[in-house]
Design a protein around this ligand. Sequence first.
Ligand SMILES: Nc1nc2c(ncn2[C@@H]2O[C@H](COP(=O)(O)OP(=O)(O)O)[C@@H](O)[C@H]2O)c(=O)[nH]1
Ligand SMILES: [Mg+2]
Length: 296
Amino acid sequence: MTTLFRSGHVALVGRPNVGKSSLLNAFVGAHLGAVSAKPHTTRQRLLGVRSFDDGQIAFLDTPGMQQRRPTAVHKAMDRAVEQAFAAVDLVVLVVEAGQWKRGDDDALARARQTGLPIALAVNKIDLVKDKPQLLPYLDRIGKRHDFVAVLLVGARKEQGTEEACRRLVALLPEREALYEPDTLTDRSERHLAAELVREQLMRQLGEEVPYACAVEVEQFVVEGARRRIAAIIWVERDGQKAIVIGEGGERIKRIGTKAREEIERLLEGSVHLELWVKVRPDWSDSERALRRLGFD
Ligand SMILES: Nc1nc2c(ncn2[C@@H]2O[C@H](COP(=O)(O)OP(=O)(O)O)[C@@H](O)[C@H]2O)c(=O)[nH]1
Ligand SMILES: [Mg+2]
C-alpha cells in the first residue's frame, strides 16, 4: 500500500506590506525573504519549500504588481510574477487582520483571474487586541469570495503558521514530492545573502534611498564553515552614496553588521562581509545590469 502524499506550489499574494514575505519565512522556518515596514521590499520571485512526511508545499513569494515607474526593474518584477504563476496550484491571499483596503480588492481580483482555488490568510492577528471583534470582520470578508480556507496567522511570532501549513497541504493534489525533502529554496546562498543586505538597506535608510539601491554579490568564497562575501551596493547618484555610507562610515557599518548576523544565522556559519557603495545611474533601467543582479 502506498501512503498518500500531497504536494504543490502555493503563491502568496496580497497588497504591499501585509506580510507575505514574513509568512513565507514563518512557513519554512528560515529567514529567506527580505522583510521591512516599507512597501515593495520584495523585488524578485522567491521559493520557500516546507516538507512533511506526508506532503510538501513550495511557497512562492512574488513582488507586488502595481509599479509607479515602468522602468526595466519594474517590468522584470511584473514578468517574474506572471511566469511564477504558471506552476501554481493554490493561491493564498494575505490580508491584515481587521482591514480591507482597495489594494486588497485588487489583489483578490488578480487572484481570481488565475481561476485557481484561493485560501485567505488573515495575518497580524497579534495586532488585534479585542479578538471577538474579528468575528464580524471574518464574516464580512468571507462573503467577498468562496475561500477554500480561512487561516488566522501572526507571521512575525509564528502564530498559527504551523496549523496553517498543515491545512494548506491538505488542499494540494495527490502528487509525489516536487523537491528533495531537504530543499529550502531554489535560490543560491549568494542570492539570499544579497537579499539580506538589501533588507538592511530597506530597514536602515529613509523613505527614498532604499529604492535606488541594488545589491550585487561580487565574491562568495566558502572556506570551511566560514564564508567570505564581498558585495557592491549600487546607487543611482553621489548623494545617495553619501547617505548609505553615513557620517564617518557609521551607517554602512551598522548595515554590514546587522546583515552579517542575519546571513550567519541563515547559513549557519561564520561570515566575513565586505560592502562597497558604488554609483551606477542606470542600474534600475538597464536589462543587462538587472541580469547581473539576478533578475530572471
Ligand atoms: N505585528 C505584526 N507585524 C507583521 C506580521 N507579519 C509581518 N509584519 C510586519 O509587516 C511589515 C511588512 O512585512 P513583509 O513581510 O515585508 O510584507 P510584504 O510586503 O507583504 O512581503 C514588516 O514590518 C513586518 O515585520 C505579524 O504577524 N504581526
Ligand atoms: Mg515582501
